[in-house]
Each structure stands twice: as C-alpha cells, then as structure tokens.
Design a binder for this molecule. Structure first.
Ligand SMILES: N[C@@H](CCC(=O)N[C@@H](CS)C(=O)NCC(=O)O)C(=O)O
Length: 200
C-alpha cells in the first residue's frame, strides 16, 4: 500500500486527491509526527510517497508516476495532448507553486513592517498575473485540461488556498475561481481534506 507523507493544506493534498481519483489505497503520515523527516525526504518537503519501500519525492514526478501506473482520465494518451497536460502540470508545479512559496519565504524571513508588506504584495501581484494567464486559458473551456479536470487543475485548487495566510490581495478571475470551486467540490478533494484533518 502507498504511504503518503503530507502537511495539512500543503501541495501533498493534490497527490492525495490523485490517489483517490485513481482508486488506490494509501496510508497518510503527517510530516509533523515523523521523528526524522529528513530521512524520508532530504529536502524536508512534502509530498513524499513510499512505494514498496522506495521513497518518491517531487510532487509532479509522483503524479506522473501514478498516472503512468494506473488507468485514468487525468492524463491523455495522445502524444500532443499528453505534452499539453504535462506542460500545464509543470506550469502549476514549477511556476505557480514557487510564486506562492515566495510569500512563505518573505513572511518567515522578514520582521513585520513596511518593507515586508511591500515585498509580500509584490509577490502577490506576480501571482495575480499568473492567475490572469489561467483566466485567459479558461475562456473556452472549464478546466486547464479542457472539458475534464486535470492534475494541473487539482494543484491550482490547492495553491489558491494559500493566499489567505498573508495580508495581501491576490486577484483570481471568475473563470479560474469557478474551476477552483468545482475541483474543491469533487468527492475525492472533499475526502482528502477530511482525511488530513483526521490524520493531523
Ligand atoms: N519541488 C517540491 C516542492 C515541495 C514543497 O515546496 N512543499 C512544501 C509544502 S507545499 C513544503 O514541504 N515546505 C516545507 C519545507 O520545504 O520544509 C515538490 O513539488 O514536491
């Protein structure tokens, strides 16, 4: 059985949603309750997924592994459609996630004051620009993945929750917000949030 290491509300939530969408059984382990998490992931970050004694890290790579292994509708088989889906996954994981990570970094590193607030809002403005790109892409389709949600949509729905922890304004357009709301209403997403609370 898979073992998924998580922190509540972190990007590991998206991996749990994918495991549920794939119908795969797994055990949840809160990083905070693991004595020496560096032995699980030397970087110290979640998610980490243990598969038959092998530890996998990097959320996007974990997702691609799971999608390769188990039949699903989240990743197309056609080469170009698959490229597009992976491009969107990387946009979420390698562009939008690091943009949000700047908020956490600034918040942790700087003392409260005008400079900190200015930097936080500058980071938030960049995030708003990325959400505008999502908004543009959703002009003719409900999800980044087209008519059906993809792993990129699931990741973005998780990241969208992080802005609330900071005293900044992040603009998320109506189409992007509708996508986020639909993904968060999925039974797999709801169950994942509830499971994190129980395992915390
Ligand atoms: N590139 C990594 C980044 C993972 C990451 O930044 N995870 C955050 C939570 S969303 C984390 O664990 N941060 C705490 C830490 O790095 O110590 C991935 O995509 O898996």
């Amino acid at each position: 059985m898979y073992k998924l290491y998580f922190s509540p509300g972190a990007c590991s939530l998206a991996v749990q949603v994918v495991l549920r969408e794939l119908g795969q059984p797994f055990q949840l382990f809160n990083k905070a309750s693991v004595a020496n998490y560096q032995q699980i992931n030397a970087v110290g970050a979640v998610p980490a997924l243990e598969v038959d004694g092998t530890l996998l890290t990097e959320g996007a790579a974990i997702m691609l592994y799971l999608l390769d292994k188990h039949a699903n509708d989240l990743m197309p088989g056609d080469a170009m459609a698959r490229q597009q889906a992976i491009q969107q996954l990387m946009f979420a994981n390698a562009t939008v996630h690091p943009a949000y990570s700047k908020l956490f970094f600034i918040n942790n590193q700087l003392a409260d004051g005008a400079v900190k607030q200015q930097l936080l809002q500058a980071a938030a403005d960049h995030i708003s620009k990325l959400w505008q790109l999502v908004e543009n892409q959703l002009q003719s389709q409900p999800y980044l993945g087209g008519q059906y949600y993809s792993v990129a949509d699931i990741l973005l729905a998780v990241y969208a929750g992080w802005g609330q922890y900071f005293p900044v304004t992040i603009d998320i357009g109506p189409r992007a917000q509708a996508m986020i709301d639909k993904v968060r209403a999925l039974p797999a997403y709801q169950a994942a949030v509830a499971a994190e609370q129980q395992a915390s």
